[in-house]
Design a protein around this ligand. Structure first.
Ligand code: NAD
Ligand code: TYD
Length: 359
């Protein structure tokens, strides 16, 4: 039975990954979820797994060397899946420091703990151990509107404090692979959407605002392009790279679903109108008139697009969920989890929203 240390498992992608792994492997794996529970971490995301015998939650900061070392000392960890990070570009523009602390220093603490636990006296590493570092396509910078894709060989060119901190953490992982032959993979994934996504990010923010008849903030001209991936497909990609990926390699995850932000907003509005039953009072609130162009994000990357050729060829992964299906599943999930949305949008989030948007 393999023991996974999942960091940031109470966040959006981490919690989806944990659900996916228990559905697939049931009692054949043990998952230890180490999470600090920042504003973005929410144990409600994991209610249905919290009583499993093969699931353990540890509340800790990945920057806390003692706490992280203790987890490695008390458990025979086989695999690390490292999600924990500060993940929102707009927050990184307002306050970069925490991004460097968590994303860069926290990754270093984890690398050192895994290295110390897994390294043999001759400097090689125990068989079967792997550290999978979950990263983003934003490290590659921005593409021209009319062509080109991100490949694993694309030079890094991050522009936001968020992407710069993720690029730095990728470089640290790479340096451990190159220097120590530390057993790791890096995955660089495109924008995810799906259940449990915090409503500071575009898709859940638009769904939530539209259902309340609140303005829908569009940065700049709304024509920035992102390559959207349903979160479960990301979880599948991580599992496949863990199982079949060649050590020391990087894999891009995503592809073939490029959309302008304004297109995304129109798709969400149309889908909401289609899915809400006649007579539901929210149906009257969902209107194109809510679309509000606001000042552009500073340093706003124009276009991201992944070429998933390598991951397809080497481990057989491809994006399975068509956007039209994924967005319906996501909206359905939000319909069924109104309480979740109420809980995460109260208090501190409300304060952030008011300061950020002023609309
Ligand atoms: P998220 O913000 O929803 O969740 C982050 C989680 O990490 C939260 O549970 C939070 O409590 C935890 N965390 C933050 N700081 C911590 C610390 N110091 N110690 C321990 N736990 C801490 O993020 P997400 O969208 O789920 O992203 C997860 C990972 O995937 C990140 O590394 C991100 O860079 C990467 N990624 C995200 C996307 C995306 O579209 N969301 C795309 C590609 C890659
Ligand atoms: P986001 O979900 O923050 O992801 P990322 O910046 O990591 O790609 O934003 C997706 C796109 O949507 C990005 O081009 C910025 C834009 N955006 C808006 O136009 N309005 C908003 O309120 C938000 C949050 C994002």
């Amino acid at each position: 039975m393999k023991t996974y240390l999942v960091t940031g498992g109470a966040g959006f992608i981490g919690s989806n990954f944990i659900h996916y792994m228990f559905q697939k492997y049931e009692n054949d794996i043990h998952i230890i979820n180490l999470d600090k529970l920042t504003y973005a971490g929410n144990l409600e995301n994991l209610k249905s797994v919290e009583n499993r015998k093969n699931y353990t939650f540890v509340r800790a900061d990945i920057c806390d060397r003692e706490a992280v070392n203790k987890v490695f000392a008390e458990n025979e960890i086989d695999r690390v899946v490292h999600f924990a990070a500060e993940s929102h570009v707009d927050r990184s523009i307002r306050d970069p420091e925490i991004f460097v602390k968590t994303n860069v220093l926290g990754t270093l603490v984890l690398l050192n703990a895994a290295k110390a636990a897994w390294e043999l006296p001759d400097g090689t590493f125990s068989e079967g151990k792997k550290f999978l570092h979950v990263s983003t396509d934003e490290v590659y910078g921005s593409l021209e509107e009319d062509g080109g894709y991100f490949y694993e060989t694309t030079p890094y060119d991050p522009h936001s404090p968020y992407s710069a901190s993720k690029a730095s953490s990728d470089m640290l992982v790479k340096s451990y692979m190159d220097t120590y032959r530390f057993p790791a993979n890096i995955t660089n994934c495109s924008n995810n959407y799906g259940p449990y996504q915090f409503p500071e990010k575009l898709i859940p923010l638009i769904i939530n605002n539209a259902l309340q008849g609140k303005k829908l903030p569009v940065y700049g001209d709304g024509k920035n392009v992102r390559d959207w991936l349903y979160v479960e497909d990301h979880a599948k990609g991580i599992d496949l790279v863990m199982e079949k990926g060649r050590l020391f390699e990087t894999y891009n995850i995503g592809g073939h679903n490029e959309k302008q932000n304004i297109e995304i907003i129109h798709i969400i509005l149309d889908t909401l109108r289609d899915m809400l039953p006649d007579g539901d009072p929210r149906k009257k609130l969902v209107s194109d008139d809510l679309i509000t162009y606001v000042e552009d994000r500073k340093g706003h990357d124009r276009r991201y697009a992944i070429a998933p050729d390598k991951i397809k060829k080497e481990v057989g992964w491809y994006p399975e969920t068509a956007f039209e299906d994924g967005i319906r599943k996501t909206i359905q999930w939000f319909f069924e989890h109104e309480e979740w949305m109420k809980n995460v949008t109260s208090g501190n989030y409300q304060k952030y929203y008011e300061e950020m948007y002023q609309i």
